[in-house]
Ligand binder design. Structure first.
Ligand code: GLN
Length: 284
């Protein structure tokens, strides 16, 4: 079958669920993986055809998209801060907001490029924060923890594939009273979506991504932030910085909580959509 014809069929099959542009981007992501061809290469070769096996691969992808499965789990990889990451349903799919958090750390006014900083990422998931920091801070020593063994296996594979050293530890942050070392930077993107916000979310998130990485109880939304901030108080070096990704609806209360635990210079930064999304603070 000609690829151009299959593409029309593919778009028509998903048009009741997704906007056309998004369907086309799914199609080209599948094409990169199954045909090893970019959108540009396909556009040059309008007579290209699908083999029977390739056709079956696309059909399988199509059926999974119809079940709301995220394209990143279907192909098993995504990109974060310009480098590839393997993802499975054991890990959250890295978000663009989190790239902005990494960018904020890398471009902070302190001189982090050439110092031998110790950095810890709490709740690392696919390892995206820790690994992209390690990739860009060649003199830093980066560690990462997660409660999930499955996630740590994926994260370790991602560190290896991206040729960086990250030291991973299986630790449940809610169940521990100490961290492995002292750090200059502690960063975390913990679960922060309240159950009450679930109904505003897309099925591809709520049905497929690990709920343990996303949701917190409505009446205790800061459970992770509070614990991490107390741990950071003990485990940051004297000029150490604590960075968080945060729930856009709870920035004010969270800033107050962090100050009350003993941090100062609490700054909140907006993401590209203008939503309060990141916090940075330092030990008083
Ligand atoms: N930003 C993610 C989402 O809205 C949530 C990430 C998190 O809970 N840490 O799906």
């Amino acid at each position: 079958m000609k690829i151009t014809n299959y593409k029309k069929y593919f778009v028509s099959q998903l048009s009741s669920r997704y906007p056309t542009e998004e369907i086309l981007s799914f199609f080209y992501i599948l094409a990169e993986v199954f045909l090893n061809k970019t959108r540009f290469q396909l556009s040059l070769d309008t007579n290209a055809t699908l083999t029977e096996i390739q056709h079956q691969q696309f059909e399988n992808g199509l059926q999974r998209l119809k079940q709301n499965e995220p394209i990143q789990y279907i192909v098993g990889v995504t990109e974060f801060y310009g480098i590839p990451f393997k993802v499975t349903p054991a890990t959250l799919i890295p978000r663009p907001e989190t790239e902005e958090l990494v960018d904020w750390i890398l471009n902070s006014e302190i001189n982090i490029q050439h110092s031998e900083l110790k950095i810890l990422d709490i709740g690392t998931g696919s390892g995206c924060i820790a690994i992209s920091l390690a990739k860009n801070l060649t003199t830093a020593s980066v560690s990462a923890i997660d409660f999930s063994k499955e996630a740590l296996t994926i994260a370790a594979g991602n560190a290896k594939n991206n040729k960086v050293e990250v030291s991973f530890h299986q630790i449940d942050v809610l169940a521990t009273n100490s961290l492995p070392d002292k750090y200059d930077i502690i960063v975390s993107n913990p679960p922060y979506v309240r159950e009450l916000e679930k109904k505003m979310m897309q099925a591809n998130v709520t049905e497929y991504e690990p709920s343990s990485a996303l949701f917190v109880e409505d009446d205790n939304p800061f459970i992770f932030y509070e614990k991490i901030t107390y741990l950071a108080k003990k485990h940051l070096t004297s000029n150490g910085l604590l960075y968080f990704e945060i729930n856009e609806y709870l920035s004010e209360e969270l800033m107050q909580l962090i100050e009350s635990i003993g941090f100062s210079g609490v700054i909140c930064k907006k993401d590209m959509f203008g939503k309060p999304r990141m916090i940075r603070c330092k030990l008083k």
